[in-house]
Each structure stands twice: as C-alpha cells, then as structure tokens.
Design a protein around this ligand. Structure first.
Ligand code: NAD
Length: 364
C-alpha cells in the first residue's frame, strides 16, 4: 500500500529546498518503484497568508492522516510583528503538540569531505557521528505554572516550571535505547541530578528502562560536563538522551561542530512512529529566492523519513550514498564552499543528487 507524505514547504528558502527533496523522491519512485502519495499544504507564514492562521485546519487534517510530514522551514521578517498566536512558529509548535511528536532525533554527522568546515580541529571531529535524542513536548518549555507576575512591592517576577512525569521520561528513554540498539549501543543520559529533583527522577526512570536493554551501555553525565565534552572530545558519544531545554542547547552545539547548518536533518516522532522531518535550519530570509540555499539537509531529512517512518531503510541508504557521492565529486553550495571546488546553486545540487541516485539504479 502506498504511504502518504504531507509536504509542507513553509516560508523563505523552504519552497526551494523542499522542491529538491521532492525530486529525490520522484527518482526513487521512477527507478525503484517507491510508491508514495504526496500532498502539499501551507504552514507558518504561508498558512497565515493563505488562511489567516499559521496552522490552517486543512493542513492539520492532512497532517493527522499522513504517515510522515516533510517540512521546509517557517518564518520571515514580514511576520515578526503579528500577534504571538499568529506567528509562523506557532504552526510548528501546533503540529508538534497536536501530533504528540515527543521524540526529536538530531544527528550531528560530519562528512569526511567537509572536515575543514568545522571550527574544531579536523582530528577532533573527523568521522563524528552523534545522535541526540531530545524530549520535545514536555519539560520547562511547557510546564505550568508559568508567567510574569507583579509582586506586592511592585517588582516583577518571571517563572517557569521544569516538570517531567515518569511516563514522559520512560517513552523518550525507550526511543533512545531503541536508537542505540541500531547504532553503536552506547547511550549517555544527560541531566542535572546533582541539583534538580526532576533530574533525579529522570535518572531513576532511565536506569529502570535500561534493564530491558542489557546490550546497551548506559552512562550518565551532568549537562554542564556534557556541554564541555561535546567541544573537547565529541567522538566519545554515540547516542545522547536529554530533556527539552538541555537538548535544545546541546543539539545546536553538536550541529555547529559539523560546520554547516545546511547539512543537518532532524526527525520528530510520536509513539506510532509517524513523524515530521525537517532540516535543522530556519527559513534563511537573507538568501531566500536566490537559488543559494543548500538543499542537502532537507534531502537527508527524506532519508530519515524513509528509515524511521516509512520502513524503507534501503532507500534511505541510497540517498545518503548519493549525497556522499556529490560531495566526493566536489560540488558545494555557498555555505560549504571550499577552495578549488565549484559553488553550485540549490537546484543544481538537487539535480546532482537525483543524478547520482539514477546512476546507482543503472549500476544495480
Ligand atoms: P536560519 O537558520 O534561517 O539562518 C541562519 C543563517 O544560516 C543565515 O545566514 C542563513 O542564510 C544560513 N542558512 C540557513 N539555512 C541554510 C541553507 N540551507 N543553506 C545555506 N545557508 C543557510 O536562522 P535565522 O536567520 O535565525 O532565522 C530566520 C527565520 O527562520 C526566522 O523567522 C526564524 O524564526 C525561522 N526559523 C525557523 C526554524 C524552523 O522552521 N524549524 C528554525 C530556526 C529559525
């Protein structure tokens, strides 16, 4: 039975990069018989322009029946003065909470061809391959009570609540252990158990879950040390699991170790394994509409989608190989520019990956 994929280009460079990812899916359909039904809908600023809301009802309806969603990016300066509930990010947050996408998988992979793009020395980062599993729908970003109150003396007080229930920790821990089982079987749980009670509970539950995964080597690290270790010796990590806010910060740090924001995909999954796939970068209004954006993070998001939601790991491997091939061939978009290598635009990069996939099919 063919699978349903909802395409949400969004704003800015979103439309350009998603078009290249669709090219790749088209080649898999034509050359390998991959059967996918694609529908396109508006979200973010595009949703506001089309229907007066960043998450139009029709988009949400399609999202709920899709096996997977491919998203470009949302946001742009023209939407920044809208009331908070109409801003493009609300479309993303709405999808995350409506679909209960609680597990965010963020790989930080440094392609050997791009080792010089990192701000760290090549020997520290060459071959880097970390998977950060971040809890996405709980923790301090959602905890109640929250707010800004005025005290009796007139001074204002701002507060948020860091809260996790056992089942929220258990389900993200299981995703992390399952992920580790498919990799090097090492999992580092990051917390602040020396200071926070909620981290004590987190650690207890993770240890409990680990009993179902005797083949995975579990370690624990305080978040301040984890931040330091990520820039000191990042290759010590295989899979890391952590809370929403710690994961937000650590995954951006890990991303920057790889040098380019234009290369990294991400997945946000729910308990059924359906999910939303998107590059980690934003809508890059500074280069939107100029055929300059790197489409590889979005193309690699398609590979994650095939692997995690559509049960097509062979196709995922093919895409990743094709991306490796175009980098080997010396093609670079401006964000990963290197001396002596030609800089190509968004569509030329997408065409090159599609051609590499086609070549693989012909050679098979
Ligand atoms: P950004 O990620 O859009 O851009 C940061 C820098 O990286 C820019 O110089 C941009 O040109 C460059 N860049 C980003 N993606 C690139 C790509 N694929 N190829 C080449 N260069 C690329 O972050 P920002 O500038 O802070 O935010 C711009 C807009 O995107 C804002 O409205 C923000 O709210 C939104 N945003 C959306 C998401 C999302 O949709 N998930 C994430 C982050 C930011």
């Amino acid at each position: 039975m063919s699978k349903k994929v909802l395409i949400l280009p969004g704003d800015g460079i979103g439309t350009e990069i998603v078009a290249e990812a669709v090219k790749v899916l088209d080649v898999l359909g034509a050359e390998y018989g991959l059967s996918i039904e694609m529908e396109t809908a508006a979200v973010g600023g595009a949703g506001y322009d089309a229907a007066g809301t960043p998450l139009p009802e029709e988009t949400l309806k399609l999202a709920k029946t899709a096996d997977a969603i491919l998203l470009g990016a949302v946001g742009g300066p023209q939407y920044e003065n809208l009331p908070r509930e109409l801003r493009p990010e609300k479309g993303l947050l709405g999808l995350r909470s409506e679909l209960d996408l609680f597990a965010n998988l963020r790989p930080a992979i440094l392609y050997p061809q791009l080792a010089d793009a990192s701000s760290l020395k090549p020997e520290i980062v060459a071959g880097l391959d970390i998977m950060i599993v971040r809890e996405l729908t709980g923790g301090i970003y959602f905890g109640q009570p929250r707010g800004i109150d005025t005290l009796e003396n007139g001074e204002r007080k701002g507060y948020n609540t860091l809260v996790y229930t056992e089942h929220e920790v258990e389900r993200i821990a299981r995703v992390a252990f399952d992920t580790a089982m498919k990799r090097d079987r090492r999992l580092c749980s990051v917390d602040k158990a020396n200071v926070l009670e909620v981290s004590e509970l987190w650690r207890e539950v993770v240890v409990q879950v680990s009993k179902d995964y005797p083949d995975v080597e579990l370690s624990h690290m305080y978040v301040d040390n984890a931040a330091m270790q990520l820039v000191r010796a990042p290759k010590q990590f295989d899979v890391m699991v952590t809370t929403n806010m710690f994961g937000d910060i650590l995954s951006d740090t890990a991303a920057m170790l790889t040098g380019s924001i234009g290369m990294l995909p991400s997945a946000s999954l729910n308990a059924d394994g359906s999910g939303m796939y998107e590059p980690i970068h934003g809508s890059a209004p500074d280069i939107a509409g100029q055929n300059k954006a790197n489409p590889l993070a979005t193309i690699l998001s398609v590979a994650m989608m095939l692997r995690h939601s559509l049960n097509q790991p062979d196709h995922a491997d093919r895409i990743e190989q094709a991306v490796g091939q175009v980098l080997d061939d010396g093609l670079r978009t401006a964000d990963i520019e290197a001396p002596g290598m030609p800089v190509v635009g968004t569509s030329a990069m997408g065409d090159a990956v599609a051609a590499a996939l086609q070549k693989q099919a012909e050679a098979a």
